[in-house]
Write a protein of this length. Structure first.
Length: 376
């Protein structure tokens, strides 16, 4: 799985002619740099290129700007809304990492603890050994533990068309996801390389549960969502629907081209603490702004979070990018069936952007980031 996150696989059936339909747009609250015309144009270009629709929010100081482009429902032609909620996929990882870092700040664990100390005996077999893996290595993807979404049988069952429609409503326990990963040998010895693995964050969620006695979802709600008043953000668990307001989500389900299928309803337990969350663009900009402005973590833990693995730009559930104009942004991308998202902010937390495409084959985040932060 790449940093862009392929919790996605692929996904959705609707007429191709609908994909080529005219884009629509709505804006809220003026503000921002230059009316965000370049950002709107980049979103529109993605729609013109075949993405059904896009929704975005930018926050710059006291000003907030939102826009929708394209359609949210290929059957009815309803436009994407500026307040749409959507599945954010691997953006969930930043929330999970934040809770673990808060627990470290409280002295309830150390990132240098081994996985085996917190989850005794769980990570064993086929060359895997939790006694040699630290919590830090889970969060920065240097553990070597195999990515369960790369397992071929898992892919056929949940990402390919026939498997998805058979299994889309099934519940999968996090321990089962770990078991799939441990049926494979590790990718490398802990700490010797880097590879993006969703299994790392499933394990991180289990550590949170073991240390606190509560689910990772409850800890995120209590520690992040409620204090920041992120009312549009939720951890659905096994709930298969997306709360309103929302649009439909579409995927080609493993195909590189062809029809798009409506995959809006699915059981997100296949993503667990690596990617099950639902949010909207306004909430995501508030979260990343608060995180980078030290409202959620003490300075030491925020420095740890921003310490990246050389050559990857990946810290602890947080990605760094340097744009062509020299602007550094921090955030995370996320993909899951029918949904491709990105959320970022500048290092001072003053300028944030979050956006979503309701087609999981889109990979146009860099053009939108360039437009927003560099002006085109």
């Amino acid at each position: 799985m790449s940093v862009r996150a392929r919790l996605v696989g692929a996904t959705a059936l609707v007429l191709a002619v609908a994909l080529a339909g005219p884009a629509t747009a709505q804006a809220a609250a003026p503000g921002g740099h230059g009316g965000h015309g370049a950002t709107r144009a980049a979103l529109g270009a993605a729609v013109a290129g075949g993405v059904p629709g896009a929704t975005a929010t930018a926050r710059e100081g006291a000003d907030t700007w939102s826009a929708g482009e394209g359609v949210g429902d290929l059957r009815t032609g309803a436009p994407r809304g500026t307040h749409d909620r959507y599945r954010v996929g691997s953006i969930t990882k930043t929330f999970t990492a934040t809770v673990l870092l808060q627990l470290e700040a409280e002295g309830r664990l150390s990132l240098d603890d081994t996985v085996d100390r917190r989850l005794p005996g769980l990570v064993r077999g086929h060359g895997n050994d939790g006694r040699l893996i630290t919590l830090r290595q889970l969060l920065n993807h240097t553990s070597g533990v195999y990515n369960y979404t790369s397992d071929k049988a898992f892919g056929r069952a949940y990402f390919d068309k026939d498997g998805f429609f058979r299994h889309r409503y099934e519940t999968v326990r996090p321990e089962d996801l770990v078991r799939i990963a441990l049926s494979h040998e590790p990718d490398f010895a802990p700490g010797t390389s880097w590879n993006y693995s969703n299994t790392n964050y499933v394990l991180a969620g289990l550590v949170i549960e073991r240390v606190t006695g509560h689910s990772y979802a409850r800890e995120i709600r209590d520690r992040i969502l409620r204090p920041l008043h992120l009312a549009a953000t939720s951890l659905p668990g096994t709930r298969v629907t997306v709360p309103h307001p929302s649009s439909r989500a579409y995927s080609r389900l493993g195909a590189s081209a062809g029809p798009a299928y409506d995959v809006t309803e699915l059981n997100p337990s296949i993503a667990s603490s690596a990617g099950e969350m639902i949010s909207d663009s306004a909430d995501l900009t508030r979260f990343y702004s608060a995180l980078l402005r030290s409202r959620l973590l003490p300075p030491r833990q925020l420095r740890e979070m921003k310490t990246t693995v050389p050559g990857t730009g990946y810290g602890l559930g947080l990605m760094e990018r340097t744009l062509s104009c020299g602007v550094h942004v921090w955030g995370h991308d996320g993909g899951i069936h029918g949904s491709s998202s990105s959320a970022t902010t500048t290092a001072d937390g003053r300028h944030a952007l979050a956006f979503n495409y309701n087609g999981d084959w889109a990979d146009e985040s860099d053009a939108v980031l360039q437009a927003e932060y560099c002006g085109g």
